[in-house]
Design a protein around this ligand. Structure first.
Ligand SMILES: Nc1ncnc2c1ncn2[C@@H]1O[C@H](COP(=O)(O)OP(=O)(O)OP(=O)(O)O)[C@@H](O)[C@H]1O
Ligand SMILES: [Mg+2]
Length: 309
């Protein structure tokens, strides 16, 4: 079998809860509790679930920004969890992140030239002229004019700022980008634009994405595969068709029912379906959850897994 670009095995991210005057650990927040998945080169995995279910913690663990309690993360077949920090350099070039809020992730006192050139200065030895050329190329890939280089983040709209963040993320030619709610802070019309060019640069650069969102509607056209997360665990994993056309877990069905209607003539029908799913969720909890914990995933087809007892 072909080696996956990223393989996450039995990942747990547990944050200690400290209490009392001595600040001793009194418990754990199990943000990610035994999650496994793979991403192939050039592909997109959507990671979808409600606020607090553990999406960002999963992304941060991959980037080395959250401590892993147990499990393994393999990149190109190499276990990166065991590498000491200084040995992670090639990995740190290969995996980059795009944030939800481009404004707070871009240094407001730096010009766009310096923001985008920062990773280049950290990892590559370029002359000023070479650096400027690379920055201009990157700006043109994300659809910004070369004149943007001399500006500050506040001089841009939200969508344009997100493009600056993307230009910085792709500066080192990564193989994987963790995109954590990259369009959630943007207007609907701008969302579509940003999603489209994320797809365009994916093809151009052969990028893989882990695409984090709380909205199944947003990720539909981005993702070949989807992982649905609830209470720190995956409740369903499959291809786009498996998830959108053949959802099996009640939580996935709920997320699908929550996708806003585009067609006003279907509104009543959809409202009725939403009610149905809500009732099914209330009355059938024990079929899908052990206490409130989702069951382990069971394979139901070559591509489709569901958390069932
Ligand atoms: N550094 C931390 N220390 C302690 N608890 C944390 C930390 N980061 C996150 N958590 C907790 O872990 C759980 C999962 O958080 P996480 O940020 O991964 O969720 P999320 O799915 O990304 O949510 P959102 O959609 O709101 O961004 C939450 O209960 C959160 O409060
Ligand atoms: Mg998050």
């Amino acid at each position: 079998m072909k080696q996956a670009l990223l393989e996450v095995r039995n990942l747990k991210v547990w944050y200690p809860v400290k209490g009392g005057i001595l600040g001793r650990r009194v418990g754990w927040v199990k943000a990610v509790d035994d999650v496994s998945f793979t991403i192939e080169a050039g592909q997109t995995l959507g990671l979808v679930g409600e606020s607090g279910c553990g999406k960002s913690s999963t992304g941060k663990a991959i980037l080395g920004l959250a401590q892993i309690s147990s499990g393994e993360i393999l990149f190109d077949g190499e276990d990166i969890t065991r590498l000491v920090k200084r040995n992670r350099t090639p990995y740190r070039k290969s995996v980059q992140m795009i944030f939800q809020d481009a404004y707070s992730s871009l240094n407001p006192r730096k010009r766009v030239l310096d923001i985008i050139a920062e990773p280049l200065r950290n990892f590559e030895n370029l002359t000023k002229a070479e650096e400027r050329k690379r920055v201009d190329e990157l700006l043109s890939i994300v659809g910004l004019p070369a004149t943007a280089a001399a500006k500050y983040p506040f001089e841009f709209s939200g969508g344009q700022r997100q493009r600056v963040g993307v230009a910085r993320a792709i500066a080192l030619k990564p193989k994987l980008i963790v995109a954590d709610e990259p369009v959630s802070a943007l207007d609907l019309s701008v969302q579509a634009q940003v999603l489209n060019y994320l797809k365009d640069i994916q093809e151009e650069l052969g990028l893989a994405y882990l695409f984090v969102s709380h909205d199944l509607g947003v990720v539909k056209h981005m993702c070949e595969h989807l992982a649905i997360m609830h209470n720190s665990r995956f409740v369903e994993f499959g291809t786009r068709e498996d998830i959108y056309e053949n959802a099996q877990h009640i939580y996935t069905k709920r997320l699908i029912a929550a996708i806003p209607d585009v067609d006003p003539t279907k509104r009543e029908e959809n409202n009725a379906r939403r009610k149905e799913v809500a009732i099914e969720f209330e009355t059938n909890q024990e079929r899908f959850y052990d206490e409130s914990k989702p069951f382990d995933l069971k394979t139901i087809s070559n591509t489709h897994k569901v958390a069932l007892p």
